[in-house]
Design a protein around this ligand. Structure first.
Ligand SMILES: Cc1ncc(COP(=O)(O)O)c(C=O)c1O
Length: 368
């Protein structure tokens, strides 16, 4: 879709990357590190500065204690952390329970590990799951549960009740959890609670995050995993043969960012909230049914009233030509089991400049 946006000169509300860089201070740290000679392979577990910063972040934001020595692993974005975790923990034939719609790398990485995704549906408008369906998805072959909260593509923040239902099932069935928390600091309504903070979960959870979304430097690809030392060691063994290590100067810059005062970090989410409101209000006025996200870069709409009978895939294919805007059909976030899933849903990235969002809304008016 990003290629289509370039080819048609469309506004790209497809892929989730901001069109404005993050704090200049972090650029200075990265360029200073390059000029200062931090240009060779960093340690495979990550530079000590970032491991210490991640451990301090987990302690101060969530009260989770991790040793920077062996309970923190720096990865090439959350993407590598997800891949390495699934490769490390799953054997062929194992099952990985995850919610759908879901970020597209989960099923792909489970398959690369020879594991089988077991999908549990989230239902609009609040993207709730059926607790009985989740319980039924867990069986003798279940190796782990993969949770993404705040959630891409829906923007859902899993509630305290939902997290406790998930945690109780993990403990009762003695399964591991892997959590993807890359949007942890981009929450507008409610609060992000890491699954690892729930009773019985710290010892069975690998928590994944990344600096890309929080600091608006998605191209730097600096992520991390925290968790019990034996699980982190297993992920490190897989990472050894994926990238081994990467991005020393960027690791130092993200370490610096993690040391920002909480008010500064919360300010990133507050700025994005204004864009969420502007864009969701605008889409609603145009006639879309908007599922207003509680977090993340993304809003989901139902196009049923705007384009009656039209599949979202066709809508998104027509959109660049008709309106000069690119968006993603949510069907890509559903598994192959139900070909009709997400057929009227479209995901829009609103992590863009205000003038771009206004221009996109003006262009979309021509569809109506
Ligand atoms: C839910 C989720 N996890 C992981 C990633 C990738 O993170 P990174 O760029 O740090 O690899 C994304 C990027 O869109 C995402 O939405």
């Amino acid at each position: 879709m990003s290629e289509l946006a370039l080819a048609t000169g469309s506004l790209n509300l497809g892929q989730g990357f901001p069109d404005t860089d993050g704090p200049a201070e972090l650029v200075q740290v990265a360029t200073g590190a390059i000029a200062g000679g931090r240009n060779q392979y960093p340690p495979s577990q990550g530079v000590p500065e970032l491991r210490a910063a991640v451990a301090a972040h987990q302690a101060s934001w969530y009260g989770l204690a991790f040793s920077p020595e062996d309970e923190v692993l720096v990865t090439t974005g959350a993407t590598e952390a997800i891949a390495a975790s699934l490769l490390a923990l799953c054997e062929p034939g194992d099952e990985v329970v995850m919610f759908e719609p879901s970020y597209d790398s989960y099923a792909a990485c489970a398959s690369m590990a020879g594991a089988v995704p077991r999908l549990v549906r989230l239902h609009a408008p609040d993207w709730a799951f059926d607790a009985d369906e989740l319980a039924a998805a867990i069986g003798p072959r279940t190796r782990l549960l993969l949770l993404n909260s705040p959630h891409n593509p829906t923007g859902k923040v899993f509630s305290a009740l939902e997290l406790s239902q998930i945690a109780e099932l993990c403990c009762a069935h003695d399964i591991l959890a892997v959590t993807d928390e890359v949007y942890e600091h981009l929450v507008f309504d409610g609060a992000h609670v890491p699954l690892a903070t729930l009773p019985g979960m710290a010892e069975r959870t690998l928590s994944i995050s990344s600096g890309g979304k929080t600091f608006s430097f998605t191209g730097w690809k600096v992520g991390w995993v925290t968790g019990p030392a034996p699980l982190v060691a297993a992920v490190r063994a897989a990472k050894q043969f994926l990238t081994y290590t990467s991005g020393a100067p960027y690791q130092l810059a993200i370490a610096h960012g993690l040391s920002f005062e909480p008010a500064v970090i919360n300010g990133f989410g507050a700025a994005l909230q204004g864009k969420r409101d502007l864009f969701c209000d605008g889409l609603g006025k145009l006639g879309f049914t908007v599922y207003r996200p509680a977090a993340t870069y993304f809003a989901t709409t139902d196009i049923g009233t705007m384009a009656p009978g039209m599949h979202a895939n066709d809508f998104c294919r027509a959109l660049p030509q008709r309106c000069g805007v690119v968006a993603i059909p949510s069907s890509v976030f559903y598994g192959p089991g139900d070909p009709g899933a997400g057929r009227t849903l479209v995901r829009w990235a609103f992590c863009k400049r205000t003038d771009i969002l206004e221009e996109a809304l003006a262009r979309l008016a021509s569809w109506a």
